[in-house]
Design a protein. Structure first.
Length: 261
């Protein structure tokens, strides 16, 4: 499956502007043969913005607009946004199918720093998956992927491709450079880590989006500027890699009980 990684901060504060950026990227991704376009964390609104004022329901007007873009260009779209649900606001990511159907909605479970804990309620469902292009696709958001137990839960649930909309900032670029390929290797899956770029409020986003394979090798990696990155996730290679690296089969869960305390 060809995946398009949209490394961009869009137009912070403007859902309308970000939908235009997303539509343009969807057109380019579809022309390049992509079946899935992944946008960064909080792409719909921006990260350092009036989160409470811009938050929308999972089935709100912007979700309908993304569904129209997905159907128009014939590819699935995953994007980050602030989700309003009752009195709570979640840092969420949603997947829309190539026919415009809402397939899955994930709420970030591990909130990073005072900024996120001040604005968001943490999600409680660690593993959210959809089936796309013959792959089981899992969802996480940014800081979630830095917990190995979190990624391993996806591996045990059969995730083949983990998509991670991200707002990774300076000085934590080692996560994109080193940790993501290790996560892909140790849990034997593809990991698509899709970051924001540039300065926004007090944050300096570092880019470096990457699709890492189950061999720990980056299939494609962006730099520090806005970019539409294209890379392939190969089910046959994944199966062969899992056969050669039987981490999951060789586990001894009875020895790891203290990890979950």
């Amino acid at each position: 499956m060809r995946i398009a990684l949209l490394q961009s901060s869009g137009r912070p504060g403007s859902a309308e502007g970000n939908l235009k950026v997303l539509g343009e990227a969807a057109g380019r991704a579809a022309e390049a043969g992509a079946e899935l376009l992944v946008a960064p964390e909080m792409f719909l609104t921006g990260y350092a913005v009036d989160i409470e004022g811009l938050a929308e329901p999972a089935d709100g007007e912007s979700a309908d607009a993304v569904a129209d873009l997905a159907a128009l260009h014939g590819l699935a779209i995953a994007y980050g946004y602030p989700e309003r649900a009752g009195e709570s606001v979640f840092n969420s990511a949603q997947v829309i199918s190539a026919t415009g159907d809402r397939l899955a909605n994930y709420r970030k479970t591990h909130l990073f720093g005072c900024f996120e804990r001040d604005h968001f309620t943490p999600g409680e469902q660690p593993v959210v998956q959809v089936e796309l292009g013959g792959l089981t696709v899992g969802l996480m958001i940014c800081y979630d992927v830095e917990f190995p137990e979190n990624v391993r839960a996806h591996a045990l649930a059969g995730t083949d491709l983990l998509i991670v909309p991200t707002a990774q900032m300076h000085p934590f670029q080692f996560v994109a450079e080193s940790m993501i390929p290790v996560r892909a290797f140790e849990s034997q899956m593809y990991v698509a880590y899709v970051n924001r770029v540039g300065e926004e409020g007090e944050f300096d986003f570092v880019g470096l989006s990457v699709l890492a394979g189950p061999d720990g090798v980056a299939r494609a990696r962006a730099g520090r500027d806005e970019e539409l990155l294209l890379a392939d996730a190969d089910p046959a290679f994944l199966a062969a890699s899992r056969e050669a690296n039987p981490y999951l089969a060789d586990r001894r869960p009875d020895l790891y009980r203290s990890v979950a305390r």
